[in-house]
Design a protein around this ligand. Sequence first.
Ligand code: 5GP
Ligand code: MN
Length: 314
Amino acid sequence: MKTKIKKLIMEGQDFLVTTHIDPDGDAIGSAFAFAFALRSLGKKATVYFNDQVPYRYEFLPGPQITHTMPHGMYDAVFVLDCGSLFRIGKGHEGAALLKPLVNIDHHDTNDLFGTVNLVDKKASSTGEIIYRLLKYLKITIDKNMAENIYTAVFTDTGSLRYENTSLSAYRVCEEMVKAGANPSQIAMMIYENHPKERYLLLGEVLRTLATYNGTVAIAHVTGDMFEKTGTNSEFVDGFVEFIKEIRGIEVAVLMRELDKDLYKISMRGKGTIDVAAICNMFGGGGHRNAAGCRIEGTIEETRRKLLDALCAGQ
Ligand code: 5GP
Ligand code: MN
Protein backbone atom coordinates (compact mmCIF):
# COMPACT_ATOMS: atom_id res chain seq x y z
CA MET A 1 0.00 0.00 0.00
CA LYS A 2 2.75 2.41 0.95
CA THR A 3 4.50 1.86 -2.39
CA LYS A 4 1.28 2.72 -4.23
CA ILE A 5 0.83 5.84 -2.13
CA LYS A 6 4.45 6.87 -2.70
CA LYS A 7 3.98 6.51 -6.46
CA LEU A 8 0.81 8.60 -6.37
CA ILE A 9 2.53 11.33 -4.40
CA MET A 10 5.73 11.37 -6.41
CA GLU A 11 3.98 11.33 -9.79
CA GLY A 12 1.14 13.71 -8.83
CA GLN A 13 1.14 17.43 -8.17
CA ASP A 14 -2.30 18.44 -6.92
CA PHE A 15 -3.96 16.69 -3.97
CA LEU A 16 -7.05 16.92 -1.81
CA VAL A 17 -6.86 16.03 1.90
CA THR A 18 -9.96 15.55 4.04
CA THR A 19 -11.27 13.94 7.22
CA HIS A 20 -14.47 13.25 9.16
CA ILE A 21 -17.31 15.49 10.31
CA ASP A 22 -17.01 16.86 13.87
CA PRO A 23 -13.22 16.56 13.54
CA ASP A 24 -11.26 15.56 16.65
CA GLY A 25 -7.57 15.92 17.45
CA ASP A 26 -6.57 12.89 15.40
CA ALA A 27 -8.58 14.00 12.39
CA ILE A 28 -7.26 17.56 12.42
CA GLY A 29 -3.68 16.74 13.42
CA SER A 30 -3.36 14.02 10.78
CA ALA A 31 -4.85 16.15 7.99
CA PHE A 32 -2.74 19.22 8.83
CA ALA A 33 0.49 17.26 9.21
CA PHE A 34 -0.10 15.43 5.95
CA ALA A 35 -0.95 18.62 4.07
CA PHE A 36 2.24 20.26 5.37
CA ALA A 37 4.19 17.17 4.35
CA LEU A 38 2.83 17.25 0.80
CA ARG A 39 3.71 20.93 0.58
CA SER A 40 7.23 20.25 1.83
CA LEU A 41 7.62 18.09 -1.28
CA GLY A 42 6.59 21.05 -3.44
CA LYS A 43 3.10 19.64 -4.06
CA LYS A 44 -0.26 21.41 -3.87
CA ALA A 45 -2.55 20.28 -1.05
CA THR A 46 -6.11 21.54 -0.69
CA VAL A 47 -7.70 20.74 2.68
CA TYR A 48 -11.47 20.24 2.90
CA PHE A 49 -13.31 19.93 6.24
CA ASN A 50 -17.08 19.77 6.45
CA ASP A 51 -16.98 21.54 9.83
CA GLN A 52 -15.06 24.33 11.50
CA VAL A 53 -12.03 23.48 13.64
CA PRO A 54 -13.27 23.31 17.27
CA TYR A 55 -11.91 26.09 19.51
CA ARG A 56 -9.62 23.74 21.44
CA TYR A 57 -7.64 22.91 18.28
CA GLU A 58 -7.40 26.44 16.95
CA PHE A 59 -3.85 26.71 18.33
CA LEU A 60 -2.61 24.06 15.89
CA PRO A 61 -0.54 25.36 13.00
CA GLY A 62 -2.56 24.55 9.92
CA PRO A 63 -3.08 25.31 6.27
CA GLN A 64 -6.08 27.22 5.04
CA ILE A 65 -9.20 25.05 5.01
CA THR A 66 -12.08 25.07 2.57
CA HIS A 67 -15.53 24.11 3.86
CA THR A 68 -17.05 23.56 0.42
CA MET A 69 -16.16 20.30 -1.26
CA PRO A 70 -13.97 21.31 -4.23
CA HIS A 71 -15.02 20.01 -7.62
CA GLY A 72 -11.64 20.15 -9.34
CA MET A 73 -9.63 17.21 -10.56
CA TYR A 74 -6.97 15.91 -8.22
CA ASP A 75 -4.11 13.51 -8.70
CA ALA A 76 -5.32 11.78 -5.52
CA VAL A 77 -7.81 12.38 -2.71
CA PHE A 78 -6.63 11.42 0.78
CA VAL A 79 -9.35 10.63 3.31
CA LEU A 80 -7.90 10.42 6.83
CA ASP A 81 -9.33 8.93 10.04
CA CYS A 82 -12.64 8.00 8.39
CA GLY A 83 -14.19 4.53 8.68
CA SER A 84 -16.73 5.21 5.93
CA LEU A 85 -16.70 7.73 3.12
CA PHE A 86 -20.04 9.33 4.08
CA ARG A 87 -18.35 10.53 7.28
CA ILE A 88 -16.51 13.27 5.38
CA GLY A 89 -19.87 15.06 5.28
CA LYS A 90 -21.33 17.13 2.45
CA GLY A 91 -19.87 16.24 -0.89
CA HIS A 92 -19.08 12.61 -0.11
CA GLU A 93 -21.00 11.43 -3.20
CA GLY A 94 -18.71 13.56 -5.35
CA ALA A 95 -15.62 12.30 -3.53
CA ALA A 96 -16.48 8.74 -4.47
CA LEU A 97 -16.06 9.70 -8.10
CA LEU A 98 -12.65 11.23 -7.53
CA LYS A 99 -9.99 8.61 -8.13
CA PRO A 100 -7.53 7.55 -6.83
CA LEU A 101 -9.16 7.66 -3.42
CA VAL A 102 -6.71 6.90 -0.63
CA ASN A 103 -8.19 5.73 2.68
CA ILE A 104 -5.76 6.13 5.61
CA ASP A 105 -7.32 5.03 8.88
CA HIS A 106 -7.26 2.91 12.05
CA HIS A 107 -10.97 2.31 12.85
CA ASP A 108 -12.09 -1.25 13.60
CA THR A 109 -15.15 -0.70 11.40
CA ASN A 110 -13.32 0.68 8.33
CA ASP A 111 -15.17 -0.51 5.21
CA LEU A 112 -12.19 -0.14 2.83
CA PHE A 113 -13.92 2.43 0.60
CA GLY A 114 -10.70 3.61 -1.07
CA THR A 115 -9.08 2.53 -4.29
CA VAL A 116 -6.00 2.38 -2.07
CA ASN A 117 -6.52 1.45 1.60
CA LEU A 118 -3.82 2.01 4.21
CA VAL A 119 -5.81 0.77 7.20
CA ASP A 120 -4.07 -0.42 10.36
CA LYS A 121 -6.55 -1.30 13.09
CA LYS A 122 -3.70 -1.82 15.54
CA ALA A 123 -2.39 1.73 15.16
CA SER A 124 -3.16 3.99 18.11
CA SER A 125 -4.31 6.74 15.82
CA THR A 126 -4.30 7.92 12.24
CA GLY A 127 -1.55 10.31 13.36
CA GLU A 128 0.70 7.32 14.04
CA ILE A 129 0.06 5.94 10.53
CA ILE A 130 0.81 9.36 9.02
CA TYR A 131 4.05 9.49 11.01
CA ARG A 132 5.13 6.12 9.59
CA LEU A 133 4.13 7.19 6.10
CA LEU A 134 6.18 10.39 6.35
CA LYS A 135 9.19 8.39 7.54
CA TYR A 136 8.71 6.00 4.63
CA LEU A 137 8.57 8.97 2.24
CA LYS A 138 11.77 10.32 3.90
CA ILE A 139 10.07 13.61 4.72
CA THR A 140 11.75 15.74 7.37
CA ILE A 141 9.19 16.30 10.13
CA ASP A 142 9.29 19.98 11.05
CA LYS A 143 7.81 21.65 14.15
CA ASN A 144 4.44 22.29 12.49
CA MET A 145 4.04 18.66 11.47
CA ALA A 146 5.33 17.50 14.88
CA GLU A 147 2.76 19.52 16.85
CA ASN A 148 -0.03 18.12 14.72
CA ILE A 149 1.11 14.51 14.88
CA TYR A 150 1.73 14.75 18.63
CA THR A 151 -1.79 16.15 19.12
CA ALA A 152 -3.29 13.37 16.98
CA VAL A 153 -1.63 10.57 18.96
CA PHE A 154 -2.03 12.24 22.35
CA THR A 155 -5.75 12.95 22.01
CA ASP A 156 -6.74 9.63 20.38
CA THR A 157 -5.05 7.70 23.20
CA GLY A 158 -6.91 9.79 25.81
CA SER A 159 -3.64 11.48 26.83
CA LEU A 160 -1.71 8.20 26.59
CA ARG A 161 -4.14 6.41 28.92
CA TYR A 162 -6.39 4.17 26.82
CA GLU A 163 -5.60 0.62 25.77
CA ASN A 164 -4.40 1.81 22.35
CA THR A 165 -1.49 3.46 24.21
CA SER A 166 1.14 1.22 22.68
CA LEU A 167 4.89 1.44 22.84
CA SER A 168 4.81 2.74 19.28
CA ALA A 169 2.39 5.52 20.35
CA TYR A 170 4.95 6.58 22.97
CA ARG A 171 7.74 6.37 20.44
CA VAL A 172 5.91 8.61 17.98
CA CYS A 173 5.32 11.10 20.80
CA GLU A 174 9.00 10.98 21.70
CA GLU A 175 10.00 11.65 18.11
CA MET A 176 7.51 14.52 17.88
CA VAL A 177 8.85 16.12 21.06
CA LYS A 178 12.36 15.85 19.62
CA ALA A 179 11.05 17.53 16.47
CA GLY A 180 9.70 20.49 18.45
CA ALA A 181 6.29 19.61 19.95
CA ASN A 182 5.88 20.94 23.49
CA PRO A 183 3.82 18.41 25.55
CA SER A 184 2.75 20.65 28.44
CA GLN A 185 1.83 23.52 26.17
CA ILE A 186 -0.22 21.28 23.87
CA ALA A 187 -1.98 19.59 26.82
CA MET A 188 -2.80 22.97 28.29
CA MET A 189 -4.24 24.30 25.05
CA ILE A 190 -6.46 21.24 24.64
CA TYR A 191 -7.53 20.51 28.22
CA GLU A 192 -7.14 23.69 30.26
CA ASN A 193 -8.30 26.41 27.97
CA HIS A 194 -12.10 26.13 27.95
CA PRO A 195 -14.56 29.00 28.01
CA LYS A 196 -16.55 29.15 31.27
CA GLU A 197 -19.72 28.28 29.33
CA ARG A 198 -18.51 24.72 28.92
CA TYR A 199 -18.94 24.17 32.65
CA LEU A 200 -22.41 25.71 32.65
CA LEU A 201 -23.30 23.19 29.96
CA LEU A 202 -21.64 20.36 31.90
CA GLY A 203 -23.85 21.25 34.89
CA GLU A 204 -26.96 20.92 32.73
CA VAL A 205 -25.79 17.64 31.25
CA LEU A 206 -24.85 16.10 34.61
CA ARG A 207 -28.38 16.77 35.84
CA THR A 208 -29.57 14.23 33.24
CA LEU A 209 -27.12 11.55 34.33
CA ALA A 210 -28.65 8.16 35.12
CA THR A 211 -26.97 4.84 35.75
CA TYR A 212 -28.40 1.42 35.01
CA ASN A 213 -27.40 -1.66 36.89
CA GLY A 214 -24.33 0.24 38.07
CA THR A 215 -22.65 -0.54 34.76
CA VAL A 216 -24.18 1.82 32.20
CA ALA A 217 -24.16 5.61 32.54
CA ILE A 218 -26.29 7.72 30.21
CA ALA A 219 -26.58 11.49 29.98
CA HIS A 220 -27.96 13.74 27.28
CA VAL A 221 -27.63 17.22 25.86
CA THR A 222 -30.37 19.13 24.05
CA GLY A 223 -30.53 22.14 21.77
CA ASP A 224 -32.22 24.04 24.61
CA MET A 225 -29.21 23.46 26.86
CA PHE A 226 -26.87 24.84 24.20
CA GLU A 227 -29.09 27.88 23.88
CA LYS A 228 -29.38 28.42 27.63
CA THR A 229 -25.61 28.27 28.17
CA GLY A 230 -24.51 30.00 24.95
CA THR A 231 -22.68 26.92 23.69
CA ASN A 232 -22.78 24.47 20.79
CA SER A 233 -21.84 20.90 20.02
CA GLU A 234 -18.07 21.47 20.14
CA PHE A 235 -18.34 22.21 23.89
CA VAL A 236 -19.50 18.63 24.52
CA ASP A 237 -16.18 17.03 23.63
CA GLY A 238 -14.94 15.11 26.68
CA PHE A 239 -18.27 14.84 28.52
CA VAL A 240 -18.78 11.16 27.74
CA GLU A 241 -15.25 10.38 28.95
CA PHE A 242 -16.10 12.28 32.14
CA ILE A 243 -19.08 10.07 33.05
CA LYS A 244 -17.05 7.00 32.12
CA GLU A 245 -14.88 7.85 35.14
CA ILE A 246 -17.62 6.61 37.52
CA ARG A 247 -16.57 3.46 39.34
CA GLY A 248 -18.10 0.26 38.00
CA ILE A 249 -19.29 1.82 34.74
CA GLU A 250 -18.60 -0.37 31.73
CA VAL A 251 -20.37 1.73 29.11
CA ALA A 252 -20.88 5.49 29.12
CA VAL A 253 -23.27 7.11 26.67
CA LEU A 254 -23.91 10.70 25.71
CA MET A 255 -26.97 11.38 23.57
CA ARG A 256 -26.80 14.70 21.72
CA GLU A 257 -29.92 16.13 20.13
CA LEU A 258 -29.19 16.90 16.48
CA ASP A 259 -32.76 17.65 15.49
CA LYS A 260 -36.22 16.87 16.78
CA ASP A 261 -36.23 13.11 17.40
CA LEU A 262 -32.71 12.59 16.08
CA TYR A 263 -29.78 11.86 18.39
CA LYS A 264 -26.05 11.53 17.89
CA ILE A 265 -24.76 8.84 20.23
CA SER A 266 -21.25 8.84 21.68
CA MET A 267 -20.38 5.62 23.44
CA ARG A 268 -17.31 4.74 25.48
CA GLY A 269 -16.39 1.41 27.06
CA LYS A 270 -13.96 0.32 29.72
CA GLY A 271 -15.09 -3.24 30.25
CA THR A 272 -15.77 -6.29 28.15
CA ILE A 273 -18.43 -4.79 25.88
CA ASP A 274 -17.41 -3.90 22.33
CA VAL A 275 -19.14 -0.53 21.87
CA ALA A 276 -18.28 -0.41 18.15
CA ALA A 277 -20.37 -3.57 17.70
CA ILE A 278 -23.28 -1.96 19.59
CA CYS A 279 -23.07 1.24 17.50
CA ASN A 280 -22.77 -0.87 14.37
CA MET A 281 -26.25 -2.26 15.14
CA PHE A 282 -27.50 1.29 14.48
CA GLY A 283 -25.41 1.84 11.35
CA GLY A 284 -22.51 3.53 13.15
CA GLY A 285 -19.09 2.29 14.17
CA GLY A 286 -15.73 3.23 15.64
CA HIS A 287 -13.41 1.37 17.97
CA ARG A 288 -13.97 -1.28 20.63
CA ASN A 289 -13.88 1.32 23.42
CA ALA A 290 -15.02 4.47 21.58
CA ALA A 291 -17.77 4.54 18.99
CA GLY A 292 -20.75 6.49 17.74
CA CYS A 293 -23.96 6.35 15.71
CA ARG A 294 -27.22 8.21 15.08
CA ILE A 295 -30.62 7.06 16.31
CA GLU A 296 -34.06 8.38 15.41
CA GLY A 297 -36.81 8.63 18.01
CA THR A 298 -37.73 10.58 21.10
CA ILE A 299 -35.20 10.74 23.88
CA GLU A 300 -37.00 7.98 25.78
CA GLU A 301 -37.24 5.73 22.72
CA THR A 302 -33.56 6.31 21.97
CA ARG A 303 -32.58 5.48 25.53
CA ARG A 304 -34.69 2.29 25.41
CA LYS A 305 -33.15 1.21 22.08
CA LEU A 306 -29.68 1.69 23.51
CA LEU A 307 -30.39 -0.17 26.73
CA ASP A 308 -31.97 -3.05 24.79
CA ALA A 309 -28.97 -3.22 22.47
CA LEU A 310 -26.59 -3.16 25.42
CA CYS A 311 -28.52 -5.97 27.13
CA ALA A 312 -28.48 -8.04 23.94
CA GLY A 313 -24.79 -7.33 23.42
CA GLN A 314 -23.77 -8.39 26.93
P1 5GP B 1 -17.39 10.31 18.97
O1 5GP B 1 -18.30 9.69 19.97
O2 5GP B 1 -16.24 11.02 19.62
O3 5GP B 1 -18.09 11.12 17.94
O4 5GP B 1 -16.76 9.11 18.16
C1 5GP B 1 -16.07 8.04 18.75
C2 5GP B 1 -15.45 7.19 17.67
O5 5GP B 1 -16.46 6.58 16.89
C3 5GP B 1 -14.58 7.97 16.70
O6 5GP B 1 -13.50 7.16 16.36
C4 5GP B 1 -15.48 8.22 15.52
O7 5GP B 1 -14.75 8.32 14.34
C5 5GP B 1 -16.40 6.99 15.54
N1 5GP B 1 -17.77 7.36 15.15
C6 5GP B 1 -18.58 8.27 15.74
N2 5GP B 1 -19.79 8.33 15.14
C7 5GP B 1 -19.75 7.43 14.13
C8 5GP B 1 -20.70 7.04 13.12
O8 5GP B 1 -21.84 7.52 13.04
N3 5GP B 1 -20.26 6.08 12.25
C9 5GP B 1 -19.02 5.51 12.32
N4 5GP B 1 -18.69 4.59 11.41
N5 5GP B 1 -18.12 5.87 13.24
C10 5GP B 1 -18.46 6.80 14.14
MN1 MN C 1 -8.69 8.47 15.15
